[in-house]
Design a protein around this ligand. Structure first.
Ligand SMILES: Cc1cc2nc3c(=O)[nH]c(=O)nc-3n(C[C@H](O)[C@H](O)[C@H](O)COP(=O)(O)OP(=O)(O)OC[C@H]3O[C@@H](n4cnc5c(N)ncnc54)[C@H](O)[C@@H]3O)c2cc1C
Length: 318
C-alpha cells in the first residue's frame, strides 16, 4: 500500500515518519509554529532540517481522486492512500490592510527580531496575539486591540485574568470591544478610534489551505468522522474542516489517529472515528507562563519550565 503525505508540518511529517510514506512539500525545514512568538525575542530552536526520505521537494497543486494521483508543478505522484496536511495561513478579513505583518514564517521572525523601541499595534487577543504582545513589550511599546471583552476567550476565566494582569504589568496597553476596520499609512482605525503605530501585526485568525480536486467546506476540506474525504484520502490538521480547534495538540492527535487507522486498513480491520479531549493550553507571557491543565492552572517559573520541556520534546520527536 503506497502512502503519500502532502505537507511537512506538525501533522504531515509525523504521519510520513511513522509510516515511511512518500512526503510531498517544498520545505527543507520543519517549522514548529507554537515557538514562533518565543523566537522573536529568544534564541530558541524552532526549526529542524527535514531528513525524511523519500521527500519530493515540490508543493502539491491538485488531486485526481478517480485516478488516485497527486499533481505537483512538475510531477504526477500515484497513491493508494493519501494524507493531506497542508495547514493554514493568516487571514486578514478587512479590505485595507497596508503593510500589515503576520507571524507565520522564519522571515516574519527575522523581521520582528529587528524591532527595537518601536510602537507596535497587535490586532487580536487570542493565544498568538497575547504571546507576541508580551514578547515584543520587552523591547518595544505595545498596544493590543481586541474585538471581544476578554483576552484568550476560549481559556478558563482565571487564565484570562492572569493574562490580562501580566500584559498590564509588562506595560501593554489593552483596548477591548474594538474591531479594526482598516489600516492605512500606519493608522489603525476602529469604529470609534484611530491609533498610530510604527508597525502593525495581525493575529486575528487563520484560513485553511486547500487543494484543487478535494471538497471544500467552511474552513478547510470536508471530512467524515474518520477524517476522510473518501476511502483513500485523509485530511488532517489545520486544513481539515472540523469542529476541533486548529491547534498543534489536535494536529498531533489527528496524525497519530490516522497512522493507527491506515495500519487498520492494511490489516483489513474497522477504522476508529477521531475523538480527542482537549488536554489544556500553555501560554508564554514574556517573563512568565500560564498552563491550563485538566487538574488546574499553573503559573510562573514552574509553568515556564514545563512548557519549555514539553515543546523541546515535541520538536525532538520530529
Ligand atoms: C504563531 C503561532 C503560534 C501558535 N501557537 C500555538 C500554541 O501555542 N499551541 C498550539 O497548540 N498551537 C499553536 N499554533 C497552531 C499550530 O501551530 C497549528 O495548529 C499546527 O501547526 C497545525 O499543524 P498542521 O500540520 O496542520 O499545519 P502546519 O504545521 O502549518 O504545516 C503545514 C505544512 O504544509 C505545507 N504545505 C502547505 N501547502 C502545501 C502544498 N500545496 N503542498 C505541499 N505542502 C504544503 C507547509 O509548507 C507546511 O509545512 C500556533 C500557530 C502560530 C502561527
Amino acid at each position: 500500500m503506497h502512502v503519500v503525505v502532502i505537507g511537512s508540518g506538525i501533522a504531515g511529517l509525523l504521519v510520513a515518519k511513522k509510516l515511511g510514506a512518500t512526503l510531498i512539500s517544498d520545505r527543507k525545514e520543519f517549522v514548529f509554529l507554537p515557538r514562533l512568538p518565543d523566537a522573536v525575542t529568544s534564541q530558541v530552536q524552532y526549526t529542524k532540517k527535514i531528513t525524511h526520505d523519500p521527500h519530493i521537494r515540490q508543493n502539491a497543486v491538485s488531486v485526481d481522486r478517480e485516478k488516485k494521483i497527486v499533481y505537483t508543478e512538475k510531477k504526477s505522484v500515484p497513491y493508494d492512500v493519501l494524507v493531506v496536511a497542508i495547514g493554514a495561513k493568516p487571514h486578514i478579513p478587512i479590505a485595507q490592510a497596508d503593510g500589515v505583518h503576520t507571524l507565520y514564517t522564519q522571515e516574519d521572525v527575522r523581521t520582528m527580531r529587528s524591532w527595537k523601541k518601536k510602537s507596535v499595534i497587535i490586532v487580536g487577543g487570542g493565544p498568538t496575539g497575547v504571546e507576541l504582545a508580551a514578547e515584543l513589550s520587552l523591547t518595544n511599546s505595545v498596544r493590543l486591540i481586541q474585538g471581544a471583552d476578554t483576552l484568550v476567550p476560549f481559556f478558563a476565566p482565571n487564565v484570562q485574568e492572569y493574562t490580562k494582569k501580566t500584559l498590564e504589568r509588562l506595560g501593554v496597553e489593552l483596548v477591548f470591544h474594538s474591531f479594526v476596520q482598516k489600516v492605512v499609512q500606519n493608522q489603525v482605525t476602529t469604529k470609534t478610534q484611530t491609533f498610530h503605530a510604527d508597525e502593525v501585526v495581525w493575529c486575528g485568525g487563520v484560513r485553511a489551505n486547500t487543494l484543487q480536486g478535494l471538497p471544500v467546506g467552511k474552513n478547510g476540506h470536508t471530512v467524515d468522522a474518520y477524517l476522510r474525504v473518501d476511502e483513500s484520502v485523509f485530511v488532517i490538521g489545520d486544513c481539515a474542516d472540523t469542529l476541533f480547534p486548529k491547534t498543534a495538540q489536535f494536529a498531533n492527535r489527528m496524525a497519530l489517529q490516522t497512522v493507527a487507522n491506515i495500519r487498520r486498513m492494511q490489516k483489513n480491520v474497522a477504522l476508529k472515528p477521531f475523538a480527542h479531549e482537549n488536554k489544556g493550553y500553555a501560554l508564554r507571557l514574556g517573563d512568565t507562563s500560564v498552563l491550563q491543565t485538566p487538574v488546574g492552572v499553573i503559573t510562573g517559573n514552574l509553568a515556564t519550565l514545563m512548557r519549555k520541556g514539553y515543546y523541546a520534546s515535541q520538536l525532538w520527536s520530529y
